[in-house]
Design a protein around this ligand. Structure first.
Ligand code: HPA
Length: 235
């Protein structure tokens, strides 16, 4: 089964599916959001809205462990995640899609592992799934590489933080990619992300950042995002 964890703006993919059924999964970490299970291009798909119904949970309050555990429990072997991001490079523009190959973790307060009672050190040298990244890269016009910086949010960044992230090699900045990618690796689920650039990051952008700007770009690119995922699923 292929899992899709949708951030802001891709709930529409469910409407393309056949025989949609919904499930809430119990996990040791609490309940999952409502997952829609359906068939698309003959494949079994499980769509999970990351923020739960009505975008209820902000990035730092998402129950990432319940989300990933629930996906594993229903038999998901591969996850395509979507994440809204700000761009640190003028050449990567609002509306672009970027498939990250690595990340830098600046989150602070999140439950980020399933291994609290056992000493396990997973290898995460290459945190994103090689095969799944290639399917996404072949499926549409995307920026094929980039380093994703994850912040704790929910605030946007200061100018000094963005300057630091750039110096460290970051290309895009978001609030929802971590610990999701780590938890997926811990449960041996192949995971890749489509980062949708919704804005230039603070201070890269000539104007003040607003959440309306983020939603506006996401809204405009929804159809293309669904197309990209739908194409990748056929591979
Ligand atoms: N910063 C952090 N997270 C984001 C941004 C940003 O500029 N845009 C969308 N998510």
């Amino acid at each position: 089964m292929i899992g899709i964890i949708g951030g802001t703006g891709i709930y529409e993919i469910v409407e393309m599916g056949k025989d949609v059924e919904t499930k809430i999964i119990e996990t040791p970490y609490g309940e999952s959001p409502e997952i829609s299970i359906f068939k698309l291009h003959g494949k079994d798909i499980a769509f999970m809205p990351r923020h739960a119904k009505g975008h209820a949970n902000p990035p730092h309050m998402i129950n990432y462990r319940a989300n990933i555990y629930a996906m594993k429990k229903i038999g998901v072997e591969r996850i395509i995640a979507t994440n809204a991001v700000g761009s640190l490079d003028l050449s990567v523009k609002p509306g672009d899609f970027l498939i990250p190959h690595d990340f830098i973790d600046f989150t602070k307060t999140r439950e980020f592992t399933f291994y609290d009672t056992k000493t396990v050190h997973i290898d995460i040298t290459e945190p994103y799934c090689h095969d799944l990244r290639n399917y996404l890269i072949e499926s549409g016009e995307v920026v094929p590489n980039g380093v994703y910086v994850c912040t704790e949010g929910p605030r946007f960044e200061t100018a000094a933080e963005i300057a630091m992230f750039k110096q460290l090699g970051g290309n895009v900045v978001g609030m929802t990619g971590i610990p999701e990618a780590i938890l997926a690796r811990e449960l041996e689920i192949c995971y890749a992300s489509i980062c949708m650039v919704s804005n230039y990051a603070a201070s890269i952008s000539p104007t003040k950042l607003t959440i309306d700007e983020v939603f506006e770009v996401v809204e405009g690119q929804k159809e293309n995002l669904v197309k990209l995922i739908s194409e990748a699923i056929t591979k």
